[in-house]
Write a new protein. Sequence first.
Length: 317
Amino acid sequence: MSYQPSSFAQFIGNEKAIKLAKTLISSSKTRGGNMRDIGIFGSSGTGKTTLSRIIANELGASFNYYNGSSLIKNEDVFRIINNSIVGKENNDRVVILIDEAHAMEDVCQDTFLSVLSERIVSRKLERFRINTLVTFIFATTHQSLLRETIANRMVHLNMKEYSNEEKAKISERYVKGNNLEITKQASDILGKITNHARDCVSICDTCIDVMSPKHKRTITEGIVKEAMDLLEIDENGLNEKMRLYLKYIAESEKGAMGLETLSKKLFMDKKSVVDTVENVLLRKNFVEVEPRGRKITAKGMMIALECGDMKERMVRI
């Protein structure tokens, strides 16, 4: 079963963003015109892509997904728009999602300025006006990297982190969607240790793998803990890489460490360190980013103590 909801009714959390999206859709349908372009901003795993698909479904529009990193030159913008509207009638609705919009090249952001303001697309000697009812959605984890003149032309949907209770609900829905059961204690643990919706699903799948050979149909607290042990996830929701990240900074003589050094120590590229390790630790207030590098907080130091004998280091700090 897919954990991704397909309607507003199924979407958990971010009620204010949902309410605004519903208003935009209702207005567009009432007027019979184009829905306003949208910017969806929030950290990884807050449901930006899922919400974009739901907006398309609720609007009755075709959905077209593109990643900002694939937009390198003006021709790329021309291509994706043309591919999305080819064969469409003037009254057909189309949603074009640019995920990680901040990653597109500057020349593409320049092109989108005229697209958003004038609905005109051009490249070299070719030029056409968009007559189809197209709504652009720019989703990004880094709003500050998206040109302000673009962001100002969009309605902003700001996505908040899932609460533990919301993550527990996501876990419950996913398990029951697989015709299985989960205890309240088990879903509460999952709500606490998971970092976003994808985590909920991944650990639930491991729980299902653990209990299936035992011919059980209910995920219990014991099943969750067994799955956590297999995945090397602790009670704080940290995996081995995250614990090592904290340990390396805590052990450093300067009390801080650069991303380049951490990347080498963890045998990961810098982007992966930031996306899959550091962002989680920042959200949990275990580390801080400063000009001199990454610094561990007092809260993070308590976790690092569990990774080795750090008591002497803690006293010095």
